[in-house]
Design a protein around this ligand. Sequence first.
Ligand SMILES: [Zn+2]
Length: 316
Amino acid sequence: MDTTSFTRKTIGAETVEPALTPPPMGGLQASFAKKPKIGLAKAKSKKRDIPEGIWTKCEKCETMIFDKELDENLKVCPKCEYHFQIGARERIHSLVETCTFEEMDADMTSVDPLKFVDKIPYPVRVQQHQKATLLKDAVLTGLCKIGPHRAALGVMDFSFIAASLGSVVGEKLTRLIERATEKELPLIVISASGGARMQEGAFSLMQMAKTSAALAYHAQRRLPFISVLTDPTTGGVTASFASLGDLILAEPGAMIGFAGPRVIKDTMKADLPPGFQTAEFLLDHGLIDSIVPRKEMKARLIGYLDYLTAAKKAVA
Ligand SMILES: [Zn+2]
């Protein structure tokens, strides 16, 4: 428990204090309340020489990594190769040739067809995420150049409402796929998602059929689609376009599934095998074609595109 209070204190938030301190109830309670304060003071003085906000703790090996080093390493732990989540813009930057990404439908934003209110009204939630992520919704789409190849690229960003599949994500991806079909371009979609966007109800579910239908037309033209699954890819995204790739790749350790393990366990009334729903497990069971570390992704995509577009080029 010491570690928790220690880390929280370094954020410098006075507001954390009440959560750690038991409510004053007099007698024993009050004297107990004083104790953690001594610990906190010690921790604070120890930590003082380490600047805040420039280290990140690896979620797997718990190594403290210098943020600059982590960024330079494409958000992969240099010690244990744990793949942190990465934003859509950083991902695009790591894959495409400089200044070649022409974004499509950059201003498309969600409406609130159901007037949905969860803890807060849906439009407020969208606005909060737009402000925090500087994205309009959970996917960026556009045409770009990867190595020598022109390609259509869609990248989802988990930090925007868990990259849930709403009408904007579905529509932007569908338009991207249709543009790829029209221009005879290969398509790459990098997925991450917590599933359908509940706040849009059935409108979200329709996106599964819409994107899948657009992909069918793309496939009819014998154009390649490479689907890349990142941590985590679940729900309606796994159940639609993310599983329809001619090649399905995944990042190491990515959690990939439809329903969450707890739901499956409760339904099946059985223990799940170890490593269930990880990229490695799915590779062993034939659901995906390859696991590609983030740092090799660009080179591997170029290699696959060389191979998949060679026949088309030969005909031309
Ligand atoms: Zn690590």
